[in-house]
Every structure is written in structure tokens, then in C-alpha cells.
Ligand binder design. Structure first.
Ligand code: DOR
Ligand code: ZN
Length: 357
């Protein structure tokens, strides 16, 4: 056994489903899954039911989280057509502003570019904006980042054409950063048959081997890895209208550690993309006395029945991996050890509200 100590990991893109769909996940089960995966801080997306698009909705979700979260967290607010004037006041308490510009799960989608511009004008310049944009929509939002000279973080980049466009834009000094998800690094369309076509539904979709290789070849352009943890139950995934999304919190680190074993990237590359860059880009505070211990040599098999996520399945079922989280220490207390989550619901802190009350 060889134990390595790393900082508590940060996932800037998770869906915790509460309020509204707690049969898929809630703040308790989702943050338990986070700790089991080595994450001590998660940023939660706003496409809940109701979506987090107002002061009242933000206050409701922060109240729920304060009672149930086991790890630290912050909550995004969602950009809508009707709430442009309301959101700036919420910025200090929010993880950032999420703009859905392409097909996704839920009603939050902005097609009219006038709305994009209004949000860019109103949302504070120094607070994060995250955009879900694919293909040519991605090109459009990159143009807007340049025109407004303001930073935009691009969620779940998945295609060769996208990562190459981002490389060019970064070379020209456009203020953008980006994240890539484990399912686009470790699965392709070819895997859909084995996983099941319906279960394989995810946005952005699984892509070609060429797309996947291009992501690996352009690792230096990728600022963050983020799970886009998007739990749906198996009965939902196996239905005639499967909702898109995969759980990811508990599988990303072993997948990446296995890739480290294979020489595809270094451990430092992992820490940069799951800790250093997320912390810088999203202006996140230090978590004092917080670290994780991993056994980098342990071989094991991913099995849904061992996972904490309520959705109770994984597209990586049966995959052999090398490297396992042994212990997570969050603010001085052991929050997870040897398969058991020890932090209690309510232990997690709202990192944007520390000092505000
Ligand atoms: O696959 C996805 N699932 N993509 C999204 O954009 C949303 C997410 C969800 O919330 O289920
Ligand atoms: Zn998402």
C-alpha cells in the first residue's frame, strides 16, 4: 500500500436535485457521495425544481443545504429571460451565474443572445459566469467574452472542434477557462452499446474516439476536471424518455488515478485540475486542516452497490481501476474513512456565506 496525501478536491459542477427531485439525490446523499469520491467542496447547479433563479429560491436551497450537506458547498443561480435585474444582488452568496445556452435537462435555456448580453452587463464583472455551450454556441459565447472583456468558464467541453477553438481563443488572450468531464475522457459513443443506449444519454453526448483523443492531446488547455454529476434513477434512465446525465462524484478520481498509472497524465495534473485551478477560477476560500489520503496502488472494481449516490447506478460498472480514497479530513475532522461517511448532515459549510449573516 502506498498512501498519498492530496488537498480536499473541488468539483465545480454537480447536480444535487434538491429541491424537487430527492428520489434521484439530495444534499445529504449527494454530499456523502462527494466525500466518498474525495471532494470536500462542491458547487451545485441551479436546474432544480424550482430552478434557482430568484432570491427566494436561493434562500430555500441554502436553508436545505445548511441542514443536510456533509461537505462544504456553494450554489449557482440560473440566468433566465425574466430575472436579469434580480441576480446581481445575489452574486455575493452564489457560486456563480450559470447560463444554459444549449439543450439540457430542465427549463433553463437562453436562446436569444440579447439575454446573454443583458446578463453579461448586469452580473458583477469579478464573479464567475459558467456557460453550457456546445459547438457554434460555444463560438458565440467565446466572442461575447472577448467583446465584454469578461471571464467565462466553459462547462463540459467534449469535442475536438471545441477544445481546438478554445486553444486558439486562449492563445489570443480571450478570458476563458474550461472544464472536461470524466465521461468524455473515459467513454466514447462506442461504449453506448455496452452501457445501453438509453442509459448512455448525456448532454453533451458521448462522442467519437477522435474527439476523446483530442481532449487528451490538449490537456494543457483544460483548466478543470468536473464531474457534471447528474444522477437519475435507473427506472428513469431505462424509460422511453431517458433524462440525460451520469453520476460521477465517486468514480472520477479512481479513473484519473488509473490514467496516472498508465502514464497519460501526472498526479500533479490531477491536483491542478481538481483543486488549484477550481480554487483560483471560482475564488474559493482555503479549507483549513483539510486533505484526502489515497492508496494509489489499490486495485478494485467499480460497483454501483458500493456507491453513496442515491441514483444507484454508474456507467462505469465493472471497470477495473487503480487508486482508492482511504480517508477524507474536512476542517480537522475525519469525514470519510475506509468506505464509511462520518461527517454528519449539516457539517458542511456554505463557503460564500462565511462571514455574512
Ligand atoms: O447530461 C446532462 N445532465 N447534461 C446537462 O446539461 C444537465 C444534466 C442534468 O441536470 O441531468
Ligand atoms: Zn450539468
Amino acid at each position: 500500500m502506498s498512501t498519498v496525501k492530496l488537498p480536499g478536491l473541488i468539483d465545480v459542477h454537480v447536480h444535487l436535485r434538491e429541491p424537487g427531485a430527492t428520489h434521484k439525490e439530495d444534499w445529504d446523499s449527494g454530499t456523502a457521495a462527494a466525500l466518498a469520491g474525495g471532494f470536500t467542496l462542491v458547487l451545485a447547479m441551479p436546474n432544480t425544481q424550482p430552478p434557482i433563479t430568484s432570491k427566494a429560491a436561493l434562500e430555500e436551497v441554502l436553508q436545505l443545504a445548511s441542514q443536510k450537506a456533509r461537505c462544504d458547498y456553494a450554489q449557482y443561480v440560473g440566468a433566465g429571460a425574466e430575472n436579469v435585474g434580480d441576480l446581481a444582488a445575489l452574486a455575493p452568496r452564489a457560486a456563480g451565474l450559470k447560463m444554459y445556452l444549449d439543450q439540457t435537462y430542465g427549463p433553463l435555456r437562453l436562446d436569444d443572445m440579447r439575454h446573454w448580453m443583458s446578463h453579461f452587463e448586469k452580473w458583477p464583472q469579478n464573479r464567475p459566469i459558467v456557460a453550457h455551450a456546445e459547438g457554434r454556441t460555444l463560438a458565440a459565447i467565446i466572442l461575447m467574452a472577448e467583446l465584454f472583456k469578461r471571464h467565462v468558464h466553459l462547462a463540459h467541453v467534449s469535442k475536438a472542434e471545441e477544445i481546438l477553438l478554445i486553444r486558439k481563443a486562449k492563445e489570443k488572450g480571450v478570458p476563458i477557462t474550461c472544464e472536461v468531464c470524466p465521461h468524455h475522457l473515459f467513454l466514447t459513443r462506442e461504449d453506448a452499446r455496452a452501457i445501453g443506449e438509453r442509459r448512455s444519454e448525456v448532454r453533451p453526448p458521448l462522442n467519437s474516439l477522435e474527439d476523446q483523443q483530442c481532449l487528451w492531446e490538449n490537456l494543457d488547455v483544460i483548466d478543470c476536471f468536473a464531474t457534471d454529476h447528474a444522477p437519475h434513477t435507473l427506472s428513469e434512465k431505462d424509460s422511453a424518455t431517458p433524462p440525460p446525465g451520469f453520476p460521477g462524484l465517486e468514480t472520477i478520481l479512481p479513473l484519473l488515478l488509473t490514467a496516472v498509472h498508465q502514464g497519460k497524465l501526472s498526479l500533479d495534473d490531477v491536483v491542478t485540475r481538481l483543486y488549484r485551478r477550481p480554487k483560483e477560477i471560482f475564488d474559493l476560500p482555503d479549507q483549513k486542516d483539510t486533505w484526502i489520503e489515497i492508496d494509489v496502488d489499490q486495485e478494485w472494481m467499480i460497483q454501483a452497490r458500493e456507491l453513496y449516490s442515491r441514483c444507484a447506478w454508474t456507467p462505469f460498472e465493472g471497470r477495473r481501476v487503480i487508486g482508492r480514497v482511504q480517508r477524507v479530513v474536512l476542517r480537522g475532522n475525519t469525514a470519510y474513512e475506509s468506505g464509511r461517511v462520518l461527517a454528519w448532515p449539516g457539517y458542511g459549510q456554505s463557503i460564500r456565506e462565511i462571514g455574512i449573516s
